[in-house]
Design a protein around this ligand. Structure first.
Ligand SMILES: *[C@@H]1O[C@H](CO)[C@@H](O)[C@H](O)[C@H]1NC(C)=O
Ligand SMILES: *[C@@H]1O[C@H](CO)[C@@H](O)[C@H](O)[C@H]1NC(C)=O
Ligand SMILES: *[C@@H]1O[C@H](CO)[C@@H](O)[C@H](O)[C@H]1NC(C)=O
Ligand SMILES: *[C@@H]1O[C@H](CO)[C@@H](O)[C@H](O)[C@H]1NC(C)=O
Ligand SMILES: *[C@@H]1O[C@H](CO)[C@@H](O)[C@H](O)[C@H]1NC(C)=O
Ligand SMILES: *[C@@H]1O[C@H](CO)[C@@H](O)[C@H](O)[C@H]1NC(C)=O
Ligand SMILES: *[C@@H]1O[C@H](CO)[C@@H](O)[C@H](O)[C@H]1NC(C)=O
Ligand SMILES: *[C@@H]1O[C@H](CO)[C@@H](O)[C@H](O)[C@H]1NC(C)=O
Ligand SMILES: *[C@@H]1O[C@H](CO)[C@@H](O)[C@H](O)[C@H]1NC(C)=O
Length: 415
């Protein structure tokens, strides 16, 4: 029971930090290689303690900067200083409700990532989503609780973020969501672990929500906060600008969220990095800056996804940090000096824990390749967000000019 190591939390922080540093140094987590891959580090930290040091600073709700990280990507240790929470995605719920206890890379890689982020005082959450849209809502709450408990026995997470994509066309009901969230909340409380719920932008509006899914009254008491996906609200760029501006107004949807949560600090707003939006356009820089400022008066800002932002050296995380100006040094100072994390560069576009080599055949396109190699039942875009490929020799991502015989490397995530 890794989670219930009360003793270790109370025992001197010096001993703990010493142990973690020793393990990390031994494993070469911070080695300065251009493309470090955790898989190469025979880690053996599987049962090492990787808790967030007890004397890391507390984070004020408005200062949360929540980075979604796709676990098939290595390089999480390169997240910029200033990130306060990381959602490590995903532990997958299967159609029988069981929760996977591995992520999209090896357990050693997962542990190394958790340890590296904790050492930098970031909280690490397990992202929980389902293989199919309905698997979470269809699951027995008791089975979900068992699975999440196993996850906590295995890894030193600080909490979970539930991502339930069901809606009224796929068995979502407010009662069903409340039932499993009540069970999870009860299970997590004794572990001092946090419970986060991902929500669509208009779930808190009593009229608009009827089109898809409505946020259940009572959920606000079960969660530490909601991550409201503040994107995918319009398909068209011009419509989107109007909707996001309106959302920020006095009676806009975000003020409705503050009311629904009965506490504005329990509302975090999630913005996109390149490719983050699945339906509408990615958010403009102005919208991201406006949302970040607003979210500072609420429960903070999230980035979907930070692993994607890494490709181009974190422009969106830096935009958010610049907008929040000044909070970096105040709120995330680690308890001890931490070696500078490797910087993301173009060469790190190959950051895939287990890339699959493939030789392009006549008629192949990037999307047809990822669909077949990653064994997807429906067509999947090559999006750099969960599932993607790159030309092996040039590192071009999702190229549109693939020729027969080109060598590509495919990275299968969870989308
Ligand atoms: C945290 O622990 C480290 C190592 O023991 C110590 O040097 C540092 O002063 C502590 N920081 C705080 C804020 O207590
Ligand atoms: C961990 O250490 C044990 C014992 O030293 C060894 O047998 C095992 O292969 C190691 N595992 C890895 C992943 O290096
Ligand atoms: C890790 O787990 C193994 C097997 O459960 C145990 O023998 C070993 O002592 C543990 N190591 C540490 C450092 O806890
Ligand atoms: C998801 O649904 C499809 C179609 O219903 C099914 O073939 C597949 O096995 C499901 N996947 C999982 C992991 O349950
Ligand atoms: C909805 O729930 C019913 C009853 O449990 C089940 O038969 C059906 O397959 C579910 N639908 C989906 C889309 O999961
Ligand atoms: C939870 O937090 C309380 C209060 O800080 C502490 O007494 C308790 O030991 C913690 N429990 C665990 C399992 O860490
Ligand atoms: C951003 O905020 C500024 C200042 O309040 C406002 O003029 C502008 O219209 C906003 N833009 C968007 C896209 O929300
Ligand atoms: C709102 O929630 C925060 C934690 O996010 C808590 O510290 C604060 O006391 C709450 N405020 C009220 C009025 O309940
Ligand atoms: C958005 O902001 C980032 C970070 O400041 C910058 O790198 C990027 O060029 C900006 N994008 C646009 C379209 O202005």
């Amino acid at each position: 029971m890794k989670r219930v190591r009360v003793l270790e939390r109370v025992v001197g922080v010096i001993v703990f930090i010493g142990v973690v540093c020793g393990i990390l140094a031994l494993c070469g987590v911070f080695k300065k290689s251009v493309t470090p891959t955790f898989d190469e580090d025979s880690n053996n930290a599987t049962n090492a303690t990787t808790l967030r040091p007890a004397n890391c600073s507390a984070i004020a709700p408005g200062k949360r900067l929540i980075a979604y990280w796709n676990s098939e990507m290595s390089g999480c240790e390169s997240l910029p200083a200033g990130v306060t929470h990381v959602v490590f995605s995903s532990a997958l719920v299967a159609s029988d409700g069981t929760v996977g206890t591995t992520f999209q890379s090896s357990d050693d890689a997962t542990n190394a990532c958790i340890a590296a982020l904790h050492k930098r005082c970031m909280y690490v959450f397990a992202g929980i989503r389902s293989s199919n849209t309905t698997d979470i809502i269809n699951a027995s709450p008791a089975v979900l609780v068992d699975g999440v408990t196993n996850l906590f026995n295995k890894f030193d997470f600080d909490g979970i973020a539930i991502h339930d994509e069901s809606d009224k066309t796929s068995n979502y009901t407010t009662d069903g969501a409340l039932a499993y969230m009540t069970a999870l909340s009860s299970a997590l409380q004794p572990l001092n672990a946090s419970l986060i719920y991902d929500a669509l932008m208009f779930e808190a509006d009593p009229v608009t929500c009827l089109e898809r899914k409505c946020f259940p009254a009572g959920m606000e008491a079960l969660v530490d906060w909601v991550n409201v996906y503040a994107f995918d609200a319009a398909k068209d760029e011009a419509d989107a600008a109007v909707i996001y501006s309106a959302a920020l107004s006095d009676n806009g949807i975000f003020s409705e969220w503050a009311t629904a949560m009965r506490n504005q600090t329990k509302v975090a707003l999630v913005v996109t990095s390149a490719g983050g939006a699945s339906w509408g356009p990615d958010l403009s820089n102005t919208t991201i800056a406006n949302l970040t400022k607003y979210a500072e008066t609420l429960g903070g800002t999230g980035i979907y996804t930070a692993s994607n932002d890494m490709y181009t050296d974190y422009p969106i995380i830096n935009l958010v940090l610049n907008t929040l100006d000044g909070f970096v040094s105040v709120h995330t100072a680690p308890p001890t000096q931490v070696p500078a994390p490797p910087k993301a560069t173009k060469a790190q576009t190959v950051f895939c824990h287990s890339g699959i080599s493939y030789s392009v055949k006549s008629g192949d396109t990037a999307f047809s390749i990822v669909t077949s190699i990653c064994k997807k039942t429906t067509k999947t875009k090559c999006s750099r967000d969960g599932i993607w490929l790159y030309r092996t020799n040039s590192l071009d991502l999702c190229p549109s000019d693939l020729a027969t015989g080109d060598k590509v490397t495919v990275c299968c995530g969870v989308n």
